[in-house]
Design a protein around this ligand. Structure first.
Ligand SMILES: [Zn+2]
Length: 352
């Protein structure tokens, strides 16, 4: 399991260090696990720098104090069985969710010819004052191509909240999903989610990278904007609980710039089913939207692997066309990607 942490951390480091040679954005290498579990939940708030440094040291050494990791959250991936998924809430200790996944602390944008200050302001919904506060040492009037601009920084005192519904709500204090070893985030400014959305993606995609080291990278499309609300062309994706993710395929996609049509025979059914099960294992997924023909492939593969009728009924709408309470549902337009939506969690105050 430490390998998985190291791999993820390595990817974050590479992105951070590569700086100007990366695409228009990159992540800070400073990632850490928060909050502490049973003891000293307040300690990192009182002294965040020292906490980060301490974590950094243990991480670079390849060692993590077991008390800082929610071992169960990671184990769920390796231990899933055919028990029908039960709705489960985010584990909390007091007011704090217990998270075992690595997180990023900062998000950076590198100025390019076409993605200058105006682009950053509108895409990240940042006023000049906020950008100044994030970049006190920069003169925003004289930015040049290649310069890096901090566009987001974690506020240790706040936990993200999904407000309202996915089609009418918004996102408070969302955090960005970083690209990883086996997944590429299409647009950094459209990849903000709640703490649990991002954490669950990091958990499952990290496990995917470990389980299928030879596989092509997956493409992660939109989550939400930094503050949520309308995100064209989606009806939902407004409150940080939705994500679009390409199906695993047998051959490499033509490029990593957008979603591509995937011929049915090119979908890797086994790996897709693995992903579905890994996401469902947390009990926090509300829906997945997958086209009916692909559901049929997954249904048959699950049967072949020994799925129980109860599991199949709880998970797939197929073979029914409507009127079931299954998690995986058919919805038009989901032939090149799966749409995953997470349930509201105790950290959300006005979520539905
Ligand atoms: Zn979607």
């Amino acid at each position: 399991m430490f390998d998985r942490w190291r791999a993820w951390f390595g990817a974050a480091c590479v992105l951070g260090v590569m700086g100007a040679s990366t695409p228009a954005w990159s992540y800070s290498p400073a990632a850490h696990v928060k909050p502490e579990l049973l003891v000293g939940a307040l300690e990192p708030l009182l002294n965040p720098l020292e906490h980060t440094m301490r974590f950094w040291e243990s991480w670079s050494a390849g060692e993590l104090a077991p008390a800082e990791v929610d071992e169960d959250a990671w184990r769920r991936v390796d231990a899933f069985d055919w028990t029908p998924p039960e709705p489960t809430a985010w584990t909390m200790v007091g007011d704090y969710p217990v998270v075992g996944t690595p997180r990023v602390d900062e998000l950076w944008h590198t100025i390019t010819r076409f993605k200058r200050l105006h682009w950053v302001r509108t895409r990240y919904r940042l006023k000049t004052r906020a950008l100044r506060a994030l970049n006190p040492d920069l003169d925003l009037n004289t930015l040049e191509v290649g310069q890096r601009l901090r566009v987001w920084r974690r506020d240790e005192a706040r936990i993200s909240q999904s407000v309202g519904t996915p089609s009418r709500g918004w996102l408070k204090d969302g955090e960005p999903l970083p690209s990883g070893e086996k997944h590429k985030v299409l647009h950094a400014h459209r990849a903000f989610g709640t703490y649990y959305t991002v954490s669950e993606l990091v958990r499952v995609l990290g496990a995917y990278a470990e389980r299928f080291p030879w596989a092509e990278r997956l493409i992660v499309g939109d989550l939400s904007l930094r503050r949520g609300r309308k995100l064209s062309p989606h009806m939902s994706h407004r409150s940080g609980r939705d994500v679009d993710l390409t199906y695993p395929r047998r051959t490499a996609p033509p490029d990593y710039l957008r979603f591509h049509y995937i011929p049915r025979r090119d979908i890797d059914v086994e790996r897709t089913l693995w992903l579905v099960r890994a996401f469902l294992a947390s009990g926090m997924v509300e829906y997945m939207f997958i086209d009916r023909p692909i559901q049929r492939l997954l249904y048959r593969e699950a049967q072949r692997q020994g799925a129980t009728p109860e599991w199949l009924r709880a998970v797939f709408q197929y073979p029914a066309r409507a009127g079931t309470r299954a998690i995986v549902r058919a919805s038009k337009g989901h032939d090149d990607h799966v749409h995953i939506r997470w349930r509201c969690q105790p950290t959300d105050r006005r979520c539905d």
